[in-house]
Each structure stands twice: as structure tokens, then as C-alpha cells.
Design a protein around this ligand. Structure first.
Ligand SMILES: [Zn+2]
Length: 277
């Protein structure tokens, strides 16, 4: 499932390919990825120029002219595939939900096999309001160890659940939460409020290190913005605990354990990440 590094990889790829393109027409193949009627969605995009591509949390944000924003939540299997010209049938996306056709003759396809993704066209002001409700960007300067420590003390949630809550911190999902907790030596089920200040400092550093390394590798679940879902990005080889139950911990050799809570698996090393009292 795409998290911050995967969305960042996609945004970087699109920045090189679709900025400056003007949308001539939008083909709505599967309207269930939209949050409004296909007709009004098509109408608000017609003639809009893509001015910039950004990322916020796990979302890819295309800034359009006339103060509009095309907001793409990739869901489980969403991909954004740019083409300079309509692709030959052998190279065609397999599960297109939306096709944005450009005046240049190129196109951008939102392909989504499982269709948990969501695409919206918003006024800039509406997006700003929504973005303000998301937590801080973990790689931004304003996200400091001190801020993390003071935010943690206010919650009794397990720290892994806290990290997955997009209102508390934006862009972290289950893979990178587990990886950062292992690197920081913090058990995933510890209450956020019980994480000591020194551990919060380690967790802050671990989050940034893990996310940066994953961006450098083009993510875990995807190598680049063109890749098929499920194909491993280079970061998959670097995973410390995620998906590795039963394998030895790289740091100490103890078997990695898996526990399910909050409907999600957590992976940890019982030696490196003691649960404590
Ligand atoms: Zn260990």
C-alpha cells in the first residue's frame, strides 16, 4: 500500500512529465473513484493546465490553474501513469479508472485494480482546509523531536496506531511505522504517552531515516511511478521487520514476531523492542 515514499516517488516522476500539460477531456471509466458526479468532475477539469505536482501525506496533489487542485489518494493499488502518446495495446494500463487526455496528445491514466483510491477536483481553499487537518510532514523542518515528544504524551493509543493516524503525523503507514519502531527500539504496542523523551528522540530520527532511505530507493511496493502494483521497489530488500515474522533480527538474531492489533499486523523484535512494564 502506497505510503509517503511511494507517493513522493510518483509525484517526482509526474513533475518531470505532466507539468505544463492542459487537460482537453477526462474519460471516466469507473466513477466509483470519484467523490462527485462524473459530469461535474469532467466539466471542472476541462481546459485546466497542470501547474505543479506536490505531495501531502500519502496524497499526490496536482495544482491546476484557476485555483483548482486535483487530489489523488492512491488507496491500495492506485497508480498514475503518464504517456506522451496513447500507448500501444501491449503497454496499456490494465485497470484504468480515469484517463486525462491532454491537448498535446499525451495522457495521464489513473489505474486502480482494487479501486480503494479516490480522485477529487477541489477549490484551492477547500484543499488548504483539508490539508490543515492532517498532521505534520515527518520530513519537514517543523516536525521536531520536541514536537513529537509533546504530541505523544497526550495519547494512550499504542504507538504503532498513533503513527498510522494521519491527523497526528502525515504519510506514515504500516510498513514504515514498523520499520521506524524497530530502528528506535520501541515496542509497537507501547502506549504513546509512555514513550520516554529519549525514545521519542530516537523515534523521530528513525522515522526520518527510514522515510528518506525509502524515497532514495523509490519506495517498497513500487520502484517508480510506472511500475505495476506488487512489484517490489528497492527498499523491499532493506526491510528490518515488516513481513519478516520468524526470520532472525538483523541486529541481534532473535526471531521476529508478529502480533495483530488495530486490524493490522505489527512486526517487532522482542529483544530489541522490549514491551516494558
Ligand atoms: Zn533484535
Amino acid at each position: 500500500m502506497p505510503e509517503l515514499p511511494e507517493a513522493e516517488t510518483i509525484a517526482r516522476g509526474l513533475r518531470r512529465t505532466v507539468v505544463g500539460e492542459r487537460i482537453r477531456h477526462t474519460d471516466v471509466v469507473h466513477a466509483d473513484v470519484l467523490r462527485e458526479k462524473a459530469r461535474s468532475f469532467r466539466a471542472s477539469l476541462r481546459g485546466r493546465r497542470i501547474e505543479a505536482v506536490e505531495r501531502r501525506g500519502k496524497n499526490v496533489v496536482l495544482r491546476l490553474d484557476r485555483a483548482r487542485v486535483l487530489l489523488v489518494n492512491l488507496g491500495m493499488t492506485g497508480r498514475l501513469l503518464p504517456f506522451g502518446t496513447p500507448p500501444p495495446s501491449t503497454d496499456r494500463p490494465t485497470h484504468p479508472a480515469l484517463r486525462f487526455l491532454f491537448e498535446s496528445g499525451g495522457l495521464l491514466v489513473f489505474d486502480d485494480q482494487r479501486r480503494f483510491g479516490a480522485v477529487e477536483c477541489l477549490e484551492e481553499a477547500a484543499w488548504a482546509e483539508r490539508s490543515a487537518r492532517l498532521g505534520p510532514e515527518p520530513l519537514s523542518r517543523s516536525f521536531t523531536a520536541r514536537r513529537l515528544a509533546s504530541d505523544l504524551v497526550r495519547s494512550r493509543s499504542p504507538i504503532r496506531s498513533w503513527l498510522l493516524d494521519q491527523r497526528r503525523i502525515a504519510g506514515v503507514g504500516n510498513i514504515y511505522a514498523n520499520e521506524a519502531l524497530h530502528l528506535a527500539g520501541v515496542h509497537p504496542q507501547r502506549a504513546a504517552a509512555d514513550v520516554e523523551p529519549a525514545e521519542a528522540v530516537r523515534l523521530h530520527r528513525a522515522l526520518r531515516r527510514v522515510l528518506r532511505a525509502a524515497i532514495d530507493d523509490g519506495g517498497t511496493t513500487i520502484r517508480d511511478y510506472r511500475n505495476a502494483e506488487g512489484r517490489s521497489g528497492a527498499y523491499a530488500r532493506r526491510l528490518r521487520v515488516y513481513g519478516r515474522a520468524g526470520e532472525p533480527c538483523d541486529a541481534c538474531g532473535t526471531g521476529i514476531e508478529r502480533v495483530v492489533f488495530g486490524n493490522r499486523s505489527a512486526f517487532f523484535c522482542p529483544e530489541c523492542q522490549p514491551k516494558g512494564g
